[in-house]
Design a protein around this ligand. Structure first.
Ligand SMILES: [Zn+2]
Length: 105
C-alpha cells in the first residue's frame, strides 16, 4: 500500500500537506499513544486524514500490542493500568508493506 496525499481536503477543499500526528487508543486498562503517524493535514481547516488502508493496519497492530499488554496485566493483579508510548518507525512501516510515497497529482 502507498500513502497518498488527500487533495483537496474533503471538508473544506483546501490543500493538504504531508505531516505527522499522534493517535491515542484505549483498550480497557491499556492506553497506547502512537507518535509519528503519517498524515495529510489540511492547510486551511487543519483536518487530518490518515490513508484508510494504513489506518486499518495500524489499528490492528495496536490492538495486537494491547492484547499482549492486557494479558500481562491480567496475570499480575498488582499491576496498575498501563500507558505505552510508541512511534511509527521505519521498520514498522516496512512490516506493513507501506511506502512513504505521496501522489504528486
Ligand atoms: Zn480543510
Amino acid at each position: 500500500m502507498t500513502l497518498y496525499q488527500v487533495q483537496p481536503c474533503v471538508v473544506c477543499g483546501g490543500e493538504t500537506i504531508r505531516g505527522l500526528t499522534e493517535l491515542e487508543y484505549e483498550f480497557g486498562r491499556v492506553h497506547i499513544v502512537v507518535h509519528d503517524v503519517p498524515v495529510a493535514t489540511c492547510q486551511r481547516c487543519g483536518e487530518q486524514f490518515i490513508p484508510g488502508e494504513f489506518g486499518v493496519w495500524l489499528g490492528s497492530e495496536v490492538a495486537r500490542l494491547a492484547a499482549q499488554i492486557a494479558s500481562t496485566l491480567e496475570s499480575d493483579e498488582l499491576l496498575e493500568a498501563t500507558r505505552v508510548e510508541t512511534n511509527v518507525s521505519r521498520r514498522w512501516l516496512e512490516a506493513s508493506g507501506t511506502q512513504l510515497a505521496w501522489a504528486t497529482t
